[in-house]
Unconditional design. Structure first.
Length: 477
């Protein structure tokens, strides 16, 4: 009769001991964490735009609520980074996120960026190596981490290690312009002029590197006693080219966290230069929604959407931009290109020919509006020439395209359009020159210039000697 109470007492004792052990474990875990969970840093927001301040406060509140979650620390750091705020504070966040989740490559990668901004390159190296190790082999993020590692090694004078990392990138992505530019810089610093030229010429067609590549190539060709090309690259370097910076898949993830318009614009330009038109268009259209009375946001959307074939949506944004800023020349040029592309689609589908003709004529009208105000706007000459070509006004088209090359000889598409028009007109020798220029200036993965060259008759073919009345020694003459 006395066994049941004893059993109950035994079970009760077990439960009490288990509860004590759990409590001890919790207390031990708390004590193991130095001084308990760290508090998020205090962030001064007095001089910050209201929408940025709200985002930072929200991200900090999430850390206070979940101080042991890597995601909340990472979000606070990313919000600071995306809006170009205090580097010391974002570094604290990324280091804590990495400690909490040491298998996420983002945290050492972003921490490395902050360390580099603070001038601590040697401390950034192990972080970048860790990011490379944690990424999926060969994916875009690993390539970005490896490229940044190589660039850091080069700035620290570790040339052989930098070269090794860049060659590993080219083994996966043979046309990667950032890797070729890095190898070009290494060859430049070593005085290896032929190798330097070979690498840099692979960057001339990259929207992210063409200006800086041309600047260096002008000097390299001088060293190689190639004055003609030295002058050509020097001229290209003075053109209004713009290198928007290397696209970064890690930073692209932060695009939605950038709340200032200038930061969003910069990210859209980088995404567009890298060929990520889908994400660029998504961010650009969101900008237009967030800033409906800003013509530049609508222009940005009107510039990106056609790359996805979304001509009607682009046209809507451009009409809004024109209503907001009726004197902005770029709006009319972009409208000219949108009408041109819509006409080409309709023509290719063998649709309404009269409507296609009207679209080409409207494209000409918009381009001429631009040229009446800015005669040296090469892109408007380009749009006009292509539209006239589709209207079968060949002589006028050739004249407009020649003028486009004269005004903007730095763009592959303009050389390609003139080369193709010349080939159709039977001016083979001249066509070859411009198509070869297009091949040099084109992006590494663009097959169009070479495909157009392949259609020309061989050089020893009698037809290949046909040429127009112009000299082809220089694109602007």
């Amino acid at each position: 009769m006395t066994t049941q109470p004893a059993a109950r007492q035994g079970r009760t004792l077990v439960f009490v001991l288990a509860a004590l052990l759990l409590l001890a474990g919790a207390v031990g875990a708390y004590l193991w964490w130095p001084s308990g969970p760290p508090a998020p840093p205090e962030i001064p927001l007095d001089s910050v735009e209201p929408e940025v301040a709200r985002a930072v406060r929200g991200a900090r509140a999430a850390v206070v609520k979940e101080p042991r979650a890597a995601a909340t620390w990472g979000l606070l750091g990313r919000t600071l980074l995306a809006n170009e705020m205090n580097t010391d504070l974002s570094l604290v966040c990324f280091l804590e996120a990495e400690r909490l989740d040491p298998k996420d490559p983002r945290w050492p990668y972003f921490a490395a960026g902050d360390l580099l901004n603070l001038g601590k390159g040697a401390e950034a190296l192990p972080k970048l190596r860790r990011a490379v190790e944690l990424c999926e082999p060969g994916d875009a993020r690993q390539l970005a981490a490896r490229l940044w590692l190589a660039e850091t090694l080069r700035t620290l004078g570790q040339f052989e290690s930098a070269e090794d990392q860049l060659n590993k990138v080219l083994a996966v992505a043979p046309n990667e312009p950032r890797a070729h530019f890095g190898l070009g810089l290494l060859a430049y610093e070593r005085g290896q002029w032929p190798a330097c030229r070979a690498h840099l010429e692979k960057c001339v067609g990259s929207p992210q590197a063409r200006k800086k590549a041309c600047v260096l190539l002008a000097t390299v060709c001088e060293r190689l006693q190639d004055k003609q090309n030295a002058d050509k690259y020097a001229d290209l370097a003075t053109r209004p080219l713009k290198d928007p910076g290397w696209a970064d898949p890690f930073l692209a993830e932060n695009a939605r966290l950038a709340l200032r318009k200038r930061d969003q614009t910069r990210i859209v330009e980088q995404l567009q230069a890298a060929g990520d038109f889908k994400q660029a268009a998504a961010l650009a259209t969101q900008m237009a929604a967030d800033f409906p009375d800003d013509s530049s946001a609508h222009i940005l959307a009107g510039r990106v959407l056609p790359r996805l074939g979304q001509y009607r949506r682009a046209e809507e944004h451009l009409h809004k931009a024109r209503a907001l800023a009726p004197d902005k020349i770029e709006v009319y040029y972009l409208l000219s290109m949108v009408y041109l592309e819509q006409g080409k689609v309709l023509q290719a589908q063998q649709g309404d020919r009269q409507k296609a003709t009207r679209l080409f004529e409207e494209s000409c009208k918009q381009a001429r509006w631009v040229l009446a105000r800015k005669p040296d706007y090469g892109f408007a000459h380009y749009a006009l020439g292509l539209s006239l070509k589709h209207l079968q006004r060949s002589d006028e088209a050739l004249a407009a395209l020649r003028q486009a090359v004269h005004c903007n000889p730095e763009y592959a598409d303009i050389h390609l359009a003139l080369g193709e028009a010349l080939a159709e007109a039977g001016k083979v020798r001249e066509a070859r020159y411009y198509l070869e220029q297009a091949a040099l200036l084109a992006e590494p993965n663009d097959p169009r210039p070479q495909a157009a060259l392949d259609k020309l008759p061989p050089r020893d073919d009698p037809k290949a000697k046909a040429s127009g009345p112009r000299s082809v020694s220089s694109p602007g003459k």
